[in-house]
Design a protein around this ligand. Sequence first.
Ligand SMILES: C[S@@+](CC[C@H](N)C(=O)[O-])C[C@H]1O[C@@H](n2cnc3c(N)ncnc32)[C@H](O)[C@@H]1O
Length: 264
Amino acid sequence: MDFHDDAGYTLVVTRLRAAGCVFAEEEARLLIAAARTPAELAAMADRRIAGLPLEHIIGWAEFCGLRITVDPGVFVPRRRTEFLVRQAAAFARPGAVVVDLCCGSGALGVALAAALGRIELHSADIDPAAVRCARRNVADVLGRVYEGDLYEPLPATLRGRVDILVANTPYVPTEAIRLLPPEARLHEARVALDGGADGLDVQRRVAAEAPLWLAPGGHLLVEASGRQAPQTVEIFARSGLTPQVIGSDELDATVVIGTRPAAG
Ligand SMILES: C[S@@+](CC[C@H](N)C(=O)[O-])C[C@H]1O[C@@H](n2cnc3c(N)ncnc32)[C@H](O)[C@@H]1O
């Protein structure tokens, strides 16, 4: 039996559906396209049924219409984060200096480069697996990827020069991690999810140092939950950034923007 034929497709859909996959048809199509042999397809379906994220099995995620490589354990870029990219792209101009902190797979920086054409892109993450993955994605847009804690690995020459600083930090409160779907809880790195007691520990550290790195008039953009946004606004204001909240019902996304005043 050719595993690309209708019977092969129906078999995979039936198995995925029985395991509770909501988008069984779409997922079956993607698994069939990714598998090279029937044995590989069966093994991929087994892994999906065991709860691995589809993106870790096929090796990529769609983000802003792009195919982003996602290695096992690396945070899968979420559709809602496309909203943050759109907001950032609206501020930036070709040639902008863009920093993507907590870059994971590097998806945000790559999407901004795709939207804006030429940018000077610097991405960084603390997790070596994320850095390896981001290096492969970011190479396509000629960006650089650094490994380390927040700003620590960035070249000092970037201080005061960053036009756009995007940081999709981990923002799940520690206590809420157990409530996440198993795909995230079991298969994405804890460091990618855990934002401390109120979910905002990493954001606080990003905001505190942002004025040192942003150019006058430059923008910091982070994602938050709707509930966290008022706190993030306070954090930004205390750091000397002018805060603004913007949301998308369609993508269930909230983005907080902090702007370094143009003068002073
Ligand atoms: C929510 S994920 C976002 C990944 C990517 N920006 C995206 O949206 O797909 C958070 C990322 O922050 C990284 N991270 C957590 N703490 C960090 C730190 N102190 N310094 C740098 N990166 C950190 C994690 O390794 C993870 O890749």
